[in-house]
Design a binder for this molecule. Structure first.
Ligand code: ZN
Ligand code: ZN
Length: 366
């Protein structure tokens, strides 16, 4: 259990006039309890002024007791989490119980309602304080993130010497996963994207059996996970000389967008301002309509978390110092190809530190 974060949650509960809050989003639960487990149904975490309870099953009891230090582990009979929460509410006289609206199934909600009916009101929460706490990384979290980034860089260094025409996208994908694990990663943070030639116009293309060719654009989006923490990086490469001159000019434009954003990034910018740093560069090159996604997102226990570098971010959502975010401009021309470049970056009071070190050369000489 993270003492400081639990204390912050308790203070927030007081402000919200809640007696307790149920945490069912698995990464929020991992963050607060210290037990890294992604399985949604593995446990519910219940935080109140005096209690920090991890309600789980016999399957997880031992690991939960070992890793969720400071939490009381409770294994209810018949594994009925809702009944266990209701029993706690009765025992402690709780009148208002918050829950994460986006992380509780309707059936679990219905069970909770039945069990607490008449004495404890359920309060759906669109956002809790946990999401905001998670944005600012502690020294230990940063250490793990840096290691995840370093493994990702090392994996890419290997790829640069190993890649050759004729390998299929799936063979490259497998080599990425194999290398990350060999280098000490928990595994990949997400299924690596290897999108060559025409597949490059789809930002989240699935790796196929198509062999990659010399002279085409190959977008590789990958990240290692290390002790729960996710790195995220994209490089676009070309084996030998690019087939078309516009591959080079588009690459230069996207690279300029990324660097401009990284140089302008600092704490206190809004998510929209940060997004605009990259978007304005691509607009100047007449590429605005081909830039079809946001500029970046936070990384941590999840591959996509707050804060967002996006025009859709709330206007008052400012980047905090200590957040680790991606900067990932790209252009996608349907039917032709596309490319993206992405770094992981630490936001500082007066600037930003680029954590990703992988080279940014488009061409891998053959
Ligand atoms: Zn990525
Ligand atoms: Zn990303």
């Amino acid at each position: 259990m993270k003492e400081e974060s639990i204390a912050a949650v308790r203070e927030w509960l007081r402000q919200q006039e809640l007696d307790a809050c149920l945490i069912t989003q698995p990464h929020n639960r991992s963050y607060l309890s210290g037990w890294l487990e992604d399985e949604a149904e593995a446990a519910w975490l219940l935080v109140a002024q005096e209690q920090c309870l991890l309600i789980t099953t016999t399957l997880y009891r031992e690991v939960a007791e070992k890793e969720a230090v400071g939490c009381q582990v409770l294994v209810p009979e018949r594994h009925d989490y809702a009944e266990a929460v209701a029993a706690q509410a009765r025992q402690h006289g709780w009148k208002r119980l918050g829950f994460e609206a986006e992380a509780l199934s309707y059936s679990a909600y219905a069970r909770l309602c039945r069990n607490t009916e008449g004495y404890c009101a359920l309060q759906p929460l669109e956002a809790t304080i946990v999401g905001r706490l998670r944005q600012v990384k502690s020294a230990q979290e940063l250490e793990r993130l840096r290691k995840a980034v370093a493994i990702t860089d090392e994996t890419f260094a290997h790829l640069r010497t190993w890649l050759r025409p004729g390998l299929t996208e799936r063979e490259v994908q497998w080599e990425i996963i194999r290398t990350m694990i060999a280098l000490g990663a928990d595994g990949p943070a997400f299924a690596p994207i290897v999108a060559a030639g025409p597949h490059g116009s789809m930002p989240h293309a699935r790796a196929s059996e198509r062999p990659i060719e010399a002279g085409e654009l190959i977008t590789i989006d990958m990240g290692a996970r290390y002790q729960g923490y996710c790195a995220d990086m994209t490089r676009t490469v070309c084996l030998g000389e690019p087939r078309e001159e516009r591959m080079r000019t588009l690459y230069e434009a996207v690279l300029e967008a990324m660097r401009t954003c990284e140089q302008g990034l600092r704490a206190g910018l809004s998510g929209r301002q940060a997004d605009s740093l990259a978007r304005d560069v691509l607009a100047r090159y007449g590429l605005a309509e081909y830039y079809i996604h946001s500029t970046g997102h936070g990384v941590g226990l999840e591959i996509h978390e707050g804060p967002m570098l996006s025009q859709r971010a709330p206007e008052d959502a400012l980047l905090p110092a200590g957040a680790v975010v991606t900067v990932e401009p790209g252009v996608y021309l349907p039917g032709w190809s596309g490319l993206r470049i992405e770094d992981s970056v630490l936001v500082l009071e007066d600037g930003a530190e680029v954590l990703t070190r992988s080279p940014l050369d488009l061409i891998i000489p053959q």
